[in-house]
Write a protein that binds this ligand. Structure first.
Ligand SMILES: [Zn+2]
Length: 323
C-alpha cells in the first residue's frame, strides 16, 4: 500500500528538505525540573509560579543548569532541529548562572546546531536591581527578551526599555505578549505601536499572542494589518496555552492557540517553539516539535501544508534573524 495518506511523513520530509526544524522559543534553563511529588505546584496561577520557582532557582548550580540545558538541546537535535532559541533567566536571583551555563552549551554544541539566547526578564525591567541584571543580560544575549506582564500597569515602559536597549545593540526583540486568553489584554497592539515608535520595524517578535483570538474579528484583522506594516512577527507555542482554564467570559469562540489560520493568510510571519518543557509551568510538555505542529494545525484547523512547513523552518529562521 502506498503511504500517500501519511501526511505526517510528508511534512517531516519537507521540513528536512527546508533545512530542518527551527525551535524558536524555549526555556531550557528551567526544563526537566518537575518531579511527580511536585505536580500540585503546577496547579497554581502563572503569576504565582513566576515567584514560586525563586527558591528552586537559587539552589541550582551552573553545572545543574548546564546538564539540563544540554539534555534539552540533545533531545532537539535528535528530532532534526537545526536552529534553536532559548530564553534564559537573568535576574537578581539567578544572576549570571544561566548565562555561564549557556556559554558552555553554545561551545559544546556549536558544530551541531545554531543556538541563540534571549534573556527572560521574570523580575521585570523597571525595579533598579532587576534593571541592573537586565542590562548585564542584554549585553550577553543574541536577542533581547521581555515579559511586560511582570511590570503590570507599566507595560509601555517595559517595552521602551527592551526596544531602546535592542536598538542600541542592534539586536532583535522577542516579547511574551497576550498570554492569558482574554480580550482585556492588548499587548500585541502595544508592541506594534512601540515597534514603530522606536523604528524597530522587522526586528520585533511576539511570543504567544493567544488573547488576539478573544478579540472581535474587526479588531483582529486590523491588528494583523498593523503587524504586517510594522514587520512584527509571532512565535506560536501551541501546547503551552491549550490548557487554558475554563472561564465564563463571553468571547468569540476559539481554541487557546495563536490564530495562525488568520495570521498567515493576512501575511504575518509565524514560527513555532515548544516553550516550557517538563517544568512547573508545563509538567507534561516534552519538547517534541511534531506534537507542537500537530497541536497547531488541529487547534486552528489549518491544513496548508506548504505554510506549515514554513512555520516549522524558514519562518523560524526569520524570527531568529538568521535570514
Ligand atoms: Zn516563554
Amino acid at each position: 500500500m502506498q503511504n500517500n495518506w501519511d501526511l505526517k511523513a510528508h511534512l517531516l520530509k519537507e521540513i528536512k528538505a527546508y533545512g530542518g526544524w527551527v525551535s524558536a522559543h524555549n526555556h531550557l534553563d528551567k526544563a526537566y525540573l518537575i518531579k511527580a511529588e511536585d505536580l500540585r505546584l503546577a496547579d497554581i496561577s502563572l503569576q504565582e509560579k513566576w515567584d514560586l520557582i525563586d527558591d528552586l532557582k537559587q539552589s541550582q548550580t551552573v553545572d545543574d543548569i548546564y546538564d539540563r540545558m544540554a539534555f534539552g538541546i540533545e533531545q532537539q537535535i535528535a528530532q532534526g532541529v537545526t536552529a534553536l532559541c532559548t530564553f534564559i533567566d537573568v535576574d537578581p536571583l539567578i544572576q549570571d548562572k544561566s548565562m555561564l551555563a549557556a556559554e558552555r552549551v553554545r561551545e559544546r554544541y556549536k558544530s551541531q546546531i545554531k543556538l541563540l539566547f534571549a534573556n527572560q526578564t521574570v523580575k521585570g525591567v523597571l525595579e533598579p536591581q532587576a534593571r541592573e541584571w537586565f542590562d548585564k543580560g542584554a549585553e550577553f544575549v543574541d536577542i533581547i527578551g521581555g515579559l511586560p506582564g511582570k511590570d503590570l500597569g507599566h507595560e509601555a515602559e517595559h517595552l521602551d526599555v527592551l526596544l531602546s536597549t535592542a536598538k542600541k545593540y542592534g539586536k532583535m526583540v522577542h516579547v511574551h505578549v497576550d498570554q492569558f486568553n482574554t480580550p482585556k489584554e492588548q499587548e500585541t497592539a502595544l508592541l506594534v505601536q512601540k515597534t514603530i515608535e522606536h523604528q524597530m520595524q522587522g526586528k520585533v517578535v511576539g511570543v504567544h499572542g493567544i488573547s488576539i483570538a478573544a478579540q472581535p474579528q474587526t479588531v483582529r484583522q486590523k491588528l494583523y494589518q498593523d503587524m504586517v506594516k510594522a514587520g512584527v512577527m509571532m512565535i506560536a507555542c501551541p501546547s503551552a496555552w491549550i490548557d487554558h482554564r475554563r472561564r465564563e467570559d463571553l468571547v468569540p469562540s476559539h481554541n487557546s492557540v495563536t490564530p495562525v489560520d488568520e495570521m498567515i493568510p493576512a501575511g504575518v510571519t509565524v514560527a513555532i517553539g515548544p516553550d516550557n518543557i517538563a517544568d512547573y509551568y508545563k509538567p507534561f510538555t516534552d519538547g517534541d516539535m511534531w506534537t507542537e505542529l500537530r497541536f497547531l494545525l488541529e487547534a486552528c484547523h489549518y491544513y496548508d501544508l506548504q505554510e506549515l512547513v514554513k512555520i516549522a523552518t524558514t519562518n523560524g529562521r526569520k524570527v531568529l534573524g538568521l535570514i
